[in-house]
Design a protein around this ligand. Structure first.
Ligand code: GDP
Length: 280
């Protein structure tokens, strides 16, 4: 057992409820299987927060909620840290999931887990209504250990060391890179933008047309980047399209929500990807 896993296993023992923060746009790609492994072993209930629903496709989010709610000991809560009302409901939900705790002699001990950049620090700040953790749009900002009181009889236990996503398939890495700006290498950005372009063509072609004004029939991911460059007038000195700049703009428009509310996976696409992956 590695050090981070051992630490998490120990802390799970002194935890009554696990809050796992996921990115609603890519919940399975943004999870770390260790959370489920450890909390199931200790039979702890889990509140899966599908965060950033302001950026996600509402239909996909509803499907994910049903998907997680059907799992043993799991309750899904789609929300955004941008809405104080969404955050304010969390303590009551936690209390309902662990009714045997939350009294002076037995405080409700909550562990917040999740991979970098899903919004844990923002959530903790909002829950505690003060700045306690550094928030940033770069992965790996949440480094420090914390112990914080959520309410009179509700405590956040120390979060274990960094949890990284388990990249089960190449598409997981691409989805994470598209959503979370993991590194900023131009070559990688173009590959990620091509992946995103293909996904958008398949699932949200109308959003591409609405944003950039080009028709999507017959295009592939590279052609999407080229069309963005053409429409925005991104050209190099010699007149060639500036793919790098166009890739950057496409990713930026997705990440900020300027393209619309987009989910990169649904329970159906996930199941299909896993089947295909198993057959390879
Ligand atoms: P952590 O690494 O899991 O602690 O994630 P952070 O709290 O640092 O958040 C990562 C980025 O996501 C920051 O830029 C936040 O502002 C942003 N973020 C967090 N929650 C939301 C949300 O509900 N909606 C949107 N659009 N952005 C969010």
């Amino acid at each position: 057992m590695n050090a981070a896993k051992k630490e998490a296993a120990e802390q799970m023992e002194n935890t009554d409820l696990v809050i796992e923060v996921l990115d609603a746009r890519l919940p399975e790609a943004s999870c770390n299987p260790l959370v489920e492994e450890l909390r199931k072993f200790r039979q702890r209930p889990c509140l899966k927060i599908l965060n950033k629903i302001d950026l996600a496709d509402p239909q996909a989010t509803a499907a994910w909620k049903a998907f997680y709610d059907a799992q043993d000991g799991v309750t899904a809560y789609p929300m955004t840290t941008k809405k104080p009302g969404d955050v304010a409901r969390i303590p009551d939900i936690c209390q309902s999931l662990a009714p045997h705790r939350g009294v002076p002699t037995k405080p409700l001990r909550i562990m917040i887990m999740g991979i970098p950049n899903v919004g844990k620090s923002t959530l903790m700040n909002a829950l505690l209504k003060k700045r306690v953790a550094k928030v940033g749009d770069e992965p790996a900002v949440t480094k420090t250990q914390q112990k914080l009181y959520l309410g009179k009889h509700m405590v956040l236990v120390d979060t274990p060391g960094m949890l990284w996503p388990k990249i089960a398939m190449a598409s997981d890495g691409l989805m994470l890179a598209a959503s979370h700006a993991v590194g900023s290498n131009a070559l990688i950005e173009e590959e990620v933008a091509e992946f995103l372009g293909n996904l958008l063509l398949e699932r949200y072609p109308q959003l591409l047309t609405a944003r950039y004004g080009f028709r999507t029939e017959g295009l592939d991911g590279i052609a999407v980047i080229e069309q963005v460059a053409a429409r925005r007038g991104f050209r190099m000195r010699g007149g060639d399209f500036d793919y790098e700049k166009a890739a950057h703009v496409l990713l930026h428009d997705y990440r900020t929500g300027a393209l619309g509310r987009i989910s990169l996976e649904t329970p159906e696409t996930r199941a299909a990807a896993l089947t295909q992956h198993a057959a390879e």
